[in-house]
Write a protein that binds this ligand. Structure first.
Ligand code: AMP
Ligand code: MG
Length: 653
């Protein structure tokens, strides 16, 4: 356990504004200890399962063999069953002759004649040893004499090539112990003993409820201001992965009565309840208040010094664990894996997870909040001196950072940062991490996916990390990627990209993206105008709201040029992507902005072309000869890719 186990360095905070809440923040270790103390020891009931359906379950009881394996003395080779004493004098010079008994013992043939002195019986591998015989001589060591006799020219020891009854498994022997998790080998053991059904620990039934007025289930239409319920699916899957049986009960609105009814019903029919959302101190957050009424001892911890995941709520109600995970999917998953999985696996009778770990260097400083154990998702890339762990967090609200990361590193509660260049232990999400063949770090464009598609089909693993053009150049300079896609406009030279290259980098022309004014199709203020005229029209209408772009974006430079000194309503709304601009206009939070043509068209928006932006690829020269880089360059130049880029609205260079 880590060093912050006992140093409860975090101040105990009491919030006097809201006394019905449990607001003492515990360290993660203290919270786990208290949670487990309130839950264990406990035993899950056993259930009988057919052998084939028992895979992955822990045995509830020892398995004792009630037969011998093998059930009889058995020949291990094809040959002849003999009395070894008959061969005492046998040698190359003086062969011993045996008369063959009128019987061939195959597999599954019960012998009917004894082997008397001076006789031998033909026997196959797996055949039962006949009465009188005590050894087998391999067929290769015998010499036929006519059809009814053989000569043998070597001695045989008693028991030669014989497996005795019960030598593998003896009747009455405990062959598997309670708690053993059944894998294919254990299934084999049981089958050999003739066991068709085993008693296993029943999987804990875990009810899963998502909470929030905004949640819609995947497959349904997304209404305005709603989002898809991610936690329901991901938590259910993680429960299955860790030996539980998830029963997903859907998303319940933030309504105290409705939620309480659902929670009571869920608890009545399951061993554990996992909710997500509604655990912060927001006005609509009610689940933790309900828990207090569901049974003793109630809330064990509400507020854990974890990042992400501080609002985690752990409770035990009448012996059953009740958990409220934070709403943000990545926070929900980290807290689930860190705090709930140990408890779930213990309930399920499974050993603790043994996650694979690797050591990697952190290329950039990672700031961390003092007093909270912080988990940072990382992508691994191959550096010149070993693995590099690239923080891949887009914030706790981003699901992609979780899905695309290889693992995570942990920053101790007592540390306020992880310094650039430090070595960190990375816990892998999957045991066999495959370091990508090609690493692309920089500005992301949907056109890039069209270039890398053939590489993926050829079995190459491509990782693309979106950090913006400048971040990509910095990574390329540090040698952490192969390619940095950039679109940077230099005002002095009025050119794209080339002025930004440093030593060791070279530019490969990519494609052009038409930038222009976007608006809702049919908006009479803009239809049919030039970009300049459209901006004049926007500025003339005080009710018109724009959406800007972030400082440093190439698009922002174009916007500022068009606006001059003007600062219209919406100017300070500065999202970081083309898609966010389109979404703001499509949802009428803004009336106009600037984005690239493919994005405007994909959202069904009106578009007035202004200028072409150059999206090029800064290549790390030292890595140019790598096969994956060559494959990328080939793909970029191919007719197929060029056609796909054109089709998507880009203009290949
Ligand atoms: P809450 O803890 O309810 O305040 O939620 C925090 C954030 O997580 C909000 O942005 C919610 O919309 C989001 N959220 C809550 N539950 C879910 C869920 N099941 N799936 C995806 N996002 C969620
Ligand atoms: Mg909520």
């Amino acid at each position: 356990m880590s060093s912050d186990m006992t140093s409860v360095s975090v101040p105990k905070i009491r919030d006097s504004r809201d006394q019905d809440q449990f607001l003492t923040i515990l360290t993660r270790e203290e919270a786990l200890v208290r949670f487990e103390a309130a839950l264990f020891p406990r035993a899950m009931p056993a259930e009988a399962r057919l052998l084939a359906a028992a895979l992955g379950y822990p045995l509830a009881r020892d398995i004792v063999a009630d037969v011998d394996v093998p059930p009889f003395d058995r020949s291990n080779v094809d040959g002849f069953a003999v009395r070894s004493a008959d061969l005492a004098s046998a040698s190359e010079a003086s062969p011993v002759r045996f008369v063959l008994n009128d019987e061939v013992i195959g597999c599954g043939t019960a012998p009917s004649r004894p082997v008397l002195s001076g006789t031998a019986t033909s026997i196959s591998t797996g055949g039962p040893l006949p009465r009188g015989a005590d050894a087998i001589v391999m067929v290769e060591h015998t010499h036929p004499v006519g059809i009814s006799a053989i000569d043998i020219r070597r001695a045989a020891s008693p028991g030669q090539f014989v497996s005795y009854a019960g030598s593998d498994i003896a009747r009455g022997e405990a062959v598997l112990r309670a708690g053993t998790v059944i894998g294919s080998r254990e299934i084999g053991m049981c089958a050999a003993c003739g066991i068709a059904q085993v008693s296993v620990v029943r999987r804990p039934r875990v009810a899963v409820i998502s909470t929030g007025d905004e949640l819609v289930q995947p497959g349904e239409m997304l209404r305005p201001a709603a989002i898809y319920d991610t936690n329901g699916a991901i938590v259910s899957a993680a429960i299955h992965e860790n030996g539980g049986e998830a029963v997903f009960l859907g998303a319940i609105a933030d309504d105290e009565q409705q939620l309480e009814a659902a929670m009571r019903k869920a608890l009545a029919t399951s061993d554990m309840l996992v909710l997500s959302g509604g655990t912060s101190k927001g006005a609509g957050d009610v689940s933790h208040r309900i828990i207090a009424r569901l049974g003793k001892p109630g809330i064990i911890a509400h507020g854990v010094a974890l990042k992400p995941g501080k609002p985690l709520c752990l409770a035990v109600c009448d012996g059953k664990p009740v958990v409220i995970l934070p709403g943000f999917p990545t926070s929900a998953m980290f807290t689930f894996h860190d705090m709930i999985v140990p408890v779930l696996r213990r309930m399920a009778g499974l050993p603790p997870r043994s996650d694979a770990k690797v050591t990697a260097k952190v290329p950039v400083r990672i700031a961390s909040e003092l007093g909270r154990t912080e988990f940072v998702m990382v992508s691994l890339v191959d550096g010149t001196e070993g693995l590099i762990a690239y923080p891949s967090g887009k914030g706790s609200g981003a699901i992609t950072s979780f899905a695309q990361a290889d693992g995570f590193l942990k920053i101790d509660a007592l540390a306020d940062q992880m310094a650039a260049g430090s070595e960190a232990e990375v816990t892998l999400f999957t045991p066999h991490v495959r370091v990508p063949d090609l690493v692309i770090v920089g500005s992301h464009c949907t056109g890039l996916d069209l270039v890398t598609a053939p590489l993926a089909r050829a079995g190459l693993v491509v990782r693309s990390i979106a950090v913006g053009s400048l971040g990509g150049l910095a990574a390329a300079k540090r040698g952490e990627c192969d390619i940095a896609p950039i679109h940077l406009f230099d005002e002095k030279s009025e050119t794209y990209n080339t002025p930004f290259l440093s030593d060791g980098l070279e530019l490969v022309p990519g494609w052009r993206r038409m930038q222009g004014i976007v608006f809702r199709a049919g908006d009479a203020r803009f239809e049919g105008l030039s970009a300049q005229a459209a901006v004049r029209a926007a500025l003339a209408d005080p009710g018109c709201t724009m959406v800007n772009r972030n400082q440093g974006a190439g698009t922002r430079i174009l916007i500022d040029r068009l606006l001059g000194e003007a600062r219209p309503d919406g100017y300070w709304n500065q999202p970081k992507s083309h898609n966010a601009v389109a979404a703001a206009i499509a949802q009428a939070r803004a009336d106009w902005g600037m984005t690239i043509a493919p994005v405007a068209h994909a959202s069904g928006l009106g578009f007035i072309a202004l200028a072409e932006e150059h999206y090029d690829l800064a290549l790390v020269t030292a890595r140019k000869q790598r096969p994956a880089v060559q494959a990328f360059l080939d793909a970029l130049a191919s007719e197929e890719t060029r056609a796909a880029l054109k089709q998507a609205g880009f203009r290949p260079a």
